[in-house]
Design a protein around this ligand. Structure first.
Ligand code: PLP
Length: 405
């Protein structure tokens, strides 16, 4: 398909709305992406024509819903190139996926074992591991970063030992946009026998991910950052690991047989999918993947890189503006501050101009602490943004600077 930005924008009804009397300029894609008509139609179709519980009924609606839900799982499997759809667990999102794995490791760790996270993590890839350490007596180690916002490889290598059982790193930092060198991390961790979980929430919408080529043990993402709805996400796990981990929640759908003496669990993936899932969300996640495939991840990555280059250059022309996260290897996220001005104030003025950016610590307080700042203004671009919108942002930032300094 040809990458035609005008046609693409027509797929997103929300992009034609106004905010505070100005055309919406949506630059908060790292928090959540917008939803194309194709996905909205899929949601409407589900509730208008085949809403039913899945994997249970023999009736037609239930079978239609089950088929569509399992087709969505297949689409997710193919998108991440997993070997089998048994390795794809549908969850409520990245946070749920990480907690599922962290919980599963409770019985596999003992006092004195070590687990490693990075200093670039989102809180949802820190707190569940701290809770795991409290339960097991394992020790949490942290990979430091440099001033560009990149993880320091030799420091990571030094942290590894035969005590290391798990390593958890994001593929792309949501606060700075850094693309981490996860191939290196996975290879090195495997050399000491540690398992690796990669938080792909910020990578899956922008980069081609191949879990088999990466040889990663667990990979997690959320649909709502990939043009899908909220409340649905995925966990990829190598089948051997998923067989080893105990179930996270008990309930219907995850069992094979139940008696009061003993219950046996269902096969993968259902062992981890207790209760009625987000059926419509799962099917719409599949539709979102169809949409991303239609545009093409390669097209998305190269177009977004153009936006990033354009915005970086223009922003740096503004006196007193500092960008945090200056790695050469970045997705289209720019975190910045104006000298002497609080990010919240900049965000408020931009909102008056119809421009949506994120301000604050971006659920990554350790990153802010490292740079000794309370937070940043973060503009994050998607493939449906334009250079004109970036120019509007630049004008807005200049205006904010005039008003606030
Ligand atoms: C958004 C995000 C999360 C949390 O995702 P939820 O959808 O809120 O569960 C975790 N890690 C990263 C890197 C993120 O960007």
């Amino acid at each position: 398909m040809q990458f035609n930005i005008e046609n693409i924008r027509k797929d997103f009804p929300i992009l034609s709305r106004k905010v505070n009397g100005k055309p919406l300029v949506y630059l908060d894609n790292a928090a959540t992406s917008q939803t194309p008509q194709q996905v909205i139609d899929c949601i409407v179709e589900y509730y208008s024509s085949y809403n039913a519980n899945i994997h249970r009924g023999v009736h037609t609606l239930s079978q239609e819903a089950t088929d569509k839900y399992e087709q969505a799982r297949k689409k997710i499997q193919q998108f991440f190139n997993a070997k089998s759809s048994r390795e794809i667990i549908l969850t409520s999102g990245t946070t749920h996926s990480i907690n599922l794995v962290a919980n599963g490791f409770t019985s596999l760790l003992k006092k004195g074992d070590e687990i490693i996270v990075s200093s670039l993590e989102h809180h949802s890839n820190i707190v569940p591991w701290q809770m795991l350490c409290e339960r097991t007596g394992a020790v949490l180690k942290v990979i430091p970063m440099n001033l560009e916002g990149e993880l320091i490889e030799f420091e990571f290598n030094n942290l590894l030992s035969e005590k290391t059982k798990l390593v958890f790193v994001n593929h792309v930092s949501n606060a700075l946009g850094t693309i981490n060198h996860i191939e290196h991390i996975i290879k090195k961790a495997h050399q000491v026998g540690a398992a690796v979980l990669i938080d792909g929430a910020q990578a899956a919408p922008h980069l081609t991910v191949d879990v088999q080529a990466l040889d990663v043990d667990f990979y997690v993402a959320s649909a709502h950052k990939m043009c899908g709805p909220t409340g649905i996400g995925m966990l990829y796990g190598k089948e051997a690991w998923l067989n080893l981990l105990p179930p996270y929640q008990g309930g219907g759908e995850m069992i094979s047989e139940v008696t009061f003496e003993k219950t046996t669990y269902a096969d993968l993936p259902f062992k981890f999918e207790a209760g009625t899932p987000n059926i419509c969300g799962g099917i719409a996640f599949g539709a979102a993947i169809d949409y991303l495939n239609l545009i093409g991840l390669e097209n998305i990555a190269s177009y977004e890189h153009e936006l990033l280059t354009h915005a970086t250059k223009k922003l740096l022309e503004i006196d007193g503006l500092k960008i945090y996260g200056t790695s050469k290897n970045k997705t289209s996220v720019i975190s910045f501050n104006l000298e002497g001005i609080h990010p919240y104030d900049v965000g408020t003025i931009l909102d008056k101009l119809g421009i949506a950016v994120r301000t604050g610590h971006h659920c990554a307080q350790p990153v802010m602490d490292f740079f000794q700042i309370p937070g940043t203004v973060r503009a994050s671009f998607a493939f449906y943004n334009t250079k004109e919108e970036i120019d509007t942002l630049i004008e807005g930032v200049k205006k904010a600077k005039l008003m606030l300094s």
